[in-house]
Design a protein around this ligand. Structure first.
Ligand code: NAD
Length: 406
């Protein structure tokens, strides 16, 4: 079939198999070139929760193709059929496994609900299997927690919780951009109720990360060198009303609470837990947050002009090379570069004073007429389409493609 993008309100409803595969191949190439296989104390057996897209996919690619690690990846994706494309993550996982097999890199990919007890048990078995494939002890030394989900079913009670993106205390109004037609549109949200705040913390907070670490410790599959890293975002003041000080921010505060508790509980048996603050990027999860598309379009323009723009793979390669597996930090995790709150900051370039000042000025000055020239709306739209396998260089979108494979 011929597959063209179907986009409604900044949500892309389909994906292109060979486009997705090409984007994964490019990330693999970048990781290979930019990470030395023998990076200081680099990981050998890695578990990535949320492995199929965005930051999780980049993490798995960097560990595997950059450092040669055996990897287990878990995500929740929809498979393709003969008549309907799968989700982008489905094709990304297929490509990852195909390329890993070609390179003789051990990999096991699981599809299912990471919040469930069953998938935790399956992932533990998969770690043993991947270790056996690689001929190494079944002791994971890096666990990446990169889930982004709108819902979570509590494994004990069976209750399903839903997360919302809302401000707390007062209503929010700002601008967002419809990237397909370039219209600046007002985006507002009413304040969250206490119940909505609590539900969002249940979904996007740190409870499930703690359950994962407990399960891995109990099954005795953690190496004494194990590091676990979960991703968060802070962003500039212009987004705080909807992000940092809103429901998602509360959930991310809970993620930091969980990080401290994991260190208290397991810190004497593993190297430690960290929260890494990453840069704002265009992923399936981030485009639906009001104000973010507008902010990111302005931010990308400024960062590209300054030659410091990064995508997911560049961010994660820098996290590995300059934070986790550097000479000092590998031998002694206490030397990992962190901020005053103990967080790793790879949003450092985004948050630079000059970058923020210029981005804020653009956001304030943009009109519908200057949107194209003052912001990187084109780059934003490209990244968004690319995350679904569209607008990828070298792909003939007029050609027939088999949705069932790559
Ligand atoms: P994403 O949507 O690209 O990836 C989310 C992953 O979670 C996918 O692999 C998906 O399959 C998986 N997933 C969702 N529900 C699942 C479930 N129930 N079981 C198993 N897997 C499930 O998201 P992303 O933007 O890469 O975000 C990952 C993390 O990085 C989040 O914690 C996010 O807050 C953080 N972060 C994102 C940005 C950004 O701008 N995108 C910036 C900083 C931090």
């Amino acid at each position: 079939m011929i597959i063209k993008p179907m986009v409604r309100s900044n949500i892309c409803l389909n994906s292109h198999p060979t486009g997705c595969a090409t984007v994964v191949m490019r990330q693999i190439e970048y990781a290979r070139k930019n990470l030395a296989a023998s990076g200081e104390g680099s990981p050998k057996l890695v578990l990535v929760l949320g492995c199929s897209t965005g930051y999780g996919l980049a993490s798995r690619i960097a560990a595997s193709f950059g450092y040669g690690a055996a990897t287990v990846g878990l995500s929740f994706e929809k498979a393709a059929s003969q008549t309907k494309p799968g989700t982008p993550g489905y094709y990304n996982n297929l490509t990852f496994d195909r390329e890993a097999a070609k390179q003789g890199l051990a990999s096991v990919t699981l599809n299912g609900d990471a919040y469930s007890n069953d998938m935790k048990a399956q992932a533990i078995e998969a770690l043993r299997k991947a270790a056996e494939q690689a001929g190494i002890p079944a002791k994971a030394d890096l666990i990446i927690y990169s889930l982004a989900s709108p819902v979570r079913t509590d494994p004990q009670s069976g209750i399903m919780y839903k997360s919302v993106i809302k401000p707390i205390g007062k209503s929010f109004s700002g601008n967002t951009v419809d990237m397909m037609n370039g219209n600046i549109i007002p985006a507002g949200a009413e304040p969250a109720t206490d119940e909505e705040i609590a539900q969002t913390i249940k979904v996007m907070g740190g409870e499930d990360w703690e359950l994962w670490m407990d399960a891995l410790a109990k099954a005795d599959v953690l190496s004494p060198q194990a590091r676990t890293v979960a991703y968060t975002y802070l962003g500039p003041e212009s987004s705080w009303a909807i992000y940092k000080n809103g429901t998602i921010g509360r959930a991310k505060e809970d993620l930091e609470r969980a990080c401290r508790d994991i260190n208290k509980k397991h810190g004497n048996k593993i190297a430690g837990a960290w929260v890494s603050v990453n840069k704002a990027l265009v992923t399936r999860a981030s485009v639906v947050i009001p104000v973010i598309p507008f902010y990111v379009s302005c931010l990308f323009k400024v960062m590209k002009e300054k030659g410091i723009h990064e995508g997911c793979i560049e961010q994660i390669v820098r996290l590995f090379r300059e934070r986790l597996y550097t000479a000092g930090a590998s031998g002694d995790p206490r030397k990992t570069l962190v901020d005053g709150e103990g967080r790793i900051r790879i949003d450092d370039w985004e948050m630079r004073e000059d970058v923020q000042k210029e981005t804020a000025a653009r956001m304030a000055g943009v009109t519908p007429e200057t949107l194209e020239s003052l912001t990187d709306l084109a780059g934003f739209k490209h990244d968004f389409l690319e995350a679904h396998g569209f607008d990828v260089e070298g792909i003939d979108y007029g050609a027939e493609v088999d949705p069932a494979g790559i």
